[in-house]
Ligand binder design. Structure first.
Ligand SMILES: [Zn+2]
Length: 813
């Protein structure tokens, strides 16, 4: 109950904030225009973003370049770094201060994320105070306790040692939670740039303890894998649509960032292997000759080539060293920078020959410990390449020189050119490593998904803190395309049928809700928009129009910063189809699809000729079921008065109420005479053809207007599909009728709505006319006694022998 009140509240807030239906108010009747143009809701086009959904003639975005020197203290699990930042103000405005994101501060005790954490999350039972009732205790997850312990035991968040200008003078700065304002000595004019430096350090979090999209993982062999992301103070985005993005990092809504060029020197133990955003610029000082040779071989290999083999990684794992090495990476035009380091890494690579002028050759690479096993050796790098092959078709050539998949403690996370992916193998008693089918599917799926993010939002730089769907939804749509091109027997979860349960649930908000406020992020920001785009492509626009428009969007906004309106406008303009009803229904409302076929009427055209029409009426009368009363009287042998007195008759014994007189025949002749020639011709043709006129009556129970996909089955065994565009609901959004005309001998047997489950219709029971029997299951079960639960016979149990460590536990399988 509590949850449903909360969700109702949020829905109304979200609707009000998008001005949904507020510009015009309907006070008479209950008609709702589901086709109202979105122009009333979308931001007014301007010189930065035009009405076509393109970057406007004076589009601008800031540029931020970083030179970073970072050192990994393996023993203390601590980062020390200095970053030189060059901020280029391309906006038409003067800036007196700059805002910097301090994501590591989320782990501080006094962060908003920590202080505002709501115990138990959604849906869990509140505290129970029934003394002694162990079965109803409130649940505190051991994971939550572990996170609390970790935060209590470690000093977390940034230590900002200094913020200085290019001459070494201190700059004033103010930390506000996960953000920092740096005051400039003099305002930064439009077109100018400013250099400044931040010295910082922080203790790395243990990813498995706090779940941070990065961090270290410690292994029993004494080694760690370090995944570093959100690790350096990054400039907040400053944009034409909202100025400085000043949304605190709460852990949910991801990142809004600026493009720039990076040069990063990473100082790590000498036996570590580093995977990073960018290209390694000093291979000679960190790689052996053999490793460099293998990298060269990998470029043209058919299958991934090991740069660091399993045996070599196992050797590294045993030894350890006090020596250090510095890996230098350079990355151009990226919006972020992440890296990974471990002596446990083996490393494989395979070149992807992309062709084209921009980046004809890309290195796909994977880094993983022995725990990755065959699963990683076989599928990681190949999945990276498959992703590029499919995504490039839908957008643009992969624009960077490397694409990497790194195994570590993060389930799945994306950064430019580098992704973190979690699945692993399991060590068995006989020393072998096995993996479940689910783990295999997870690996292929997560690599495709995370590498897909290098396109959206790493290149098509949407605002993740605002709109999770713009990266996750678009990316889930495409990873579903790529996934089904890999192996369609794997359930990819993006089919319309996959969102039916969510769509009818009460606990949801419109897709167009700010990331941190979304209820149920998975279905809201991933599955629903992905399924909606699938429906748009497969049902509404068709592949040709959709693919053209989607590619247009990707190309327009490559290395730029699109907003939802730019996506909506581009998809409409490039496809040539007004889709405002679709965005309204799927993205701005919580309506669902439920179209019911309620009734089908069969009609026959009246000829006006009394000799034909009265005879037909007589047939209809005679075809009615006879009265049971009369039948039973007959069966009992009851004799009728009229039969017993057959000598008494009159005119009506030979004529019924359908008998035609000349009065009617004359009237018919006059009717024909009064018709205009074209009217008479039309009537005569219709009478001659004597077609069947069927009226199909539909109701819209879910509120979302959608095309009606019809399958008509005829008595002669044939089928026919018919597509009724969503526009049929335009002036009658709740109920519509459709006239279907067939040849005289083509009689309708049954009608089905959306028989292929293509529209996410939540109730398929009402999709058939006549209705069908619903297949279901029933399970016989043994009733439990309520006393079973409290059976704790201490008098008996006290005799139990204490088990020792040596007693073999039965293994659970
Ligand atoms: Zn994602």
């Amino acid at each position: 109950m509590k949850n449903s009140i909360v969700s109702a509240l949020l829905i109304s807030v979200a609707l009000a904030s998008t001005a949904y239906g507020s510009a015009i108010k309907q006070t008479k009747g209950d008609f709702e225009d589901k086709f109202r143009q979105l122009e009333e809701v979308l931001p007014t086009p301007n010189v930065y973003r035009n009405a076509s959904g393109e970057p406007g003639e004076r589009y601008w975005q800031q540029q931020v370049d970083y030179k970073i020197k970072v050192s990994l203290d393996e023993k203390k699990r601590r980062i020390n770094a200095t970053e030189d930042i060059r901020y280029q103000n391309n906006s038409p405005y003067r800036l007196k201060y700059l805002w910097v994101q301090l994501d590591q501060n989320r782990f501080k005790d006094d962060s908003i994320a920590n202080m505002a954490s709501n115990f138990g999350g959604m849906g869990r039972r509140g505290p129970v105070n029934t003394v002694g009732d162990a079965n109803t205790a409130t649940k505190l997850n051991l994971n939550e306790l572990r996170a609390m312990h970790f935060k209590a035991d470690n000093e977390l968040g940034y230590e900002i040692k200094a913020v200085k200008d290019s001459r070494g003078n201190k700059l004033t700065f103010t930390v506000v939670g996960t953000q920092m304002r740096v005051d400039l000595p003099k305002p930064l004019k439009s077109g100018d740039d400013v250099d400044f430096t931040i010295d910082f350090a922080f203790n790395i979090v243990e990813e498995n303890a706090v779940s941070a999209r990065s961090g270290y993982e410690k292994f029993d062999d004494g080694n760690d894998i370090f995944l570093l992301a959100q690790w350096f103070p990054r400039l907040h985005a400053y944009t034409d649509y909202e100025g400085w993005n000043n949304k605190e990092f709460l852990g949910r809504g991801e990142f809004t960032l600026e493009f720039g060029n990076y040069e990063v020197e990473i100082d790590v133990p000498a036996d570590h292997i580093v995977s990073s955003t960018g290209v390694l610029t000093n291979p000679k000082s960190v790689l052996t000759k053999t490793q460099r040779k293998r990298l060269e071989q990998a470029k043209k290999a058919k299958r991934p080539v090991f740069i660091v083999t399993e045996e070599e990684a196992l050797e590294n794992e045993k030894a350890g060293t006090d020596k250090r090495k510095t890996w230098v990476f350079k990355a151009d035009n990226v919006r972020d920078f992440a890296w990974a380091s471990s002596r446990k890494f083996m490393w494989d690579a395979k070149g992807y020959k992309q062709g084209g002028d921009e980046m004809p050759h890309v290195m796909a690479m994977s880094f993983y410990p022995k725990e990755g096993g065959d699963l990683w050796k076989k599928y990681s790098t190949e999945s990276v390449i498959h992703t590029m092959e499919v995504y490039s078709r839908f957008s643009f050539d992969y624009p960077y020189p490397t694409a990497q998949s790194v195994n570590g403690p993060v389930g799945g996370m994306e950064y430019p050119m580098i992704t973190f992916n979690g699945p692993r193998t399991e060590l068995q008693d006989d020393g072998s490593r096995t993996y479940s089918q689910a783990e295999k599917r997870f690996l292929i799926g997560v690599v495709i998904h995370e590498v897909g993010h290098i396109y959206f939002p790493m290149v098509v730089n949407s605002d993740e803190r605002q709109w999770t769907w713009m990266d996750e939804g678009l990316n889930s749509f495409l990873d579903g395309v790529a996934g089904r091109e890999w192996d369609p027997t794997i359930p990819w979860g993006v089919e319309p049928r996959d969102i039916v349960g969510y769509m009818k649930s009460q606990h949801q908000v419109p897709i167009m809700t700010q990331s941190d406020s979304v209820l149920r992020l998975g279905p809201n920001a991933y599955t629903k928009p992905a399924a909606a785009l699938n429906i748009l492509r497969e049902v509404i626009l068709g592949r040709e129009l959709f693919d053209f428009a989607f590619k247009e969007y990707a190309e327009r906004w490559m290395f730029k910063r699109p907003t939802p309106s730019d996506f909506f406008r581009t998809m409409e303009e490039a496809s040539g189809v007004d889709l405002d009803w679709f965005w309204r229904g799927w993205f701005y409302s919580t309506d669902h699809v439920d179209i019911s076929i309620d009734k089908v009427y069969k009609m026959r055209l009246d000829t006006h000729n009394p000799d034909i029409d009265y005879a037909r009426l007589r047939d209809i009368e005679n075809n009615k079921p006879p009265s049971r009363f009369v039948e039973r009287n007959k069966a009992e042998g009851k004799e009728l008065w009229v039969d017993r007195n057959s000598d008494v008759t009159d005119f009506y014994d030979d004529n019924d109420r359908f008998t035609v007189t000349n009065k009617e025949r004359n009237k018919y002749q006059k009717f024909l005479k009064d018709l205009k020639p074209w009217e008479r011709k039309t009537l005569e043709r219709a009478v001659k053809e004597d077609k069947n006129y069927y009226v199909l009556e539909f109701s819209n129970l879910g509120g979302l207007v959608m095309p009606i996909l019809l399958e008509l089955t005829y008595t002669d065994g044939t089928n026919e599909s018919q597509y009724i565009p969503a526009e049929i609901w335009r002036r009658s959004p709740k109920q519509v009728r459709k006239l279907i005309v067939t040849d005289k001998n083509k009689e309708l047997l049954s009608v089905a709505v959306d028989p292929g489950w293509e529209t996410a219709d939540v109730d398929v029971e009402n999709n058939h006319y006549p209705r069908q029997i619903i297949p279901s299951r029933v399970e016989a079960y043994k009733a439990k006694k309520s006393s079973d639960k409290v059976k704790r016979d201490i008098m008996q149990d006290i005799k139990t022998k204490l088990k020792t460590e040596d007693d073999k536990e039965e293994k659970n399988h």
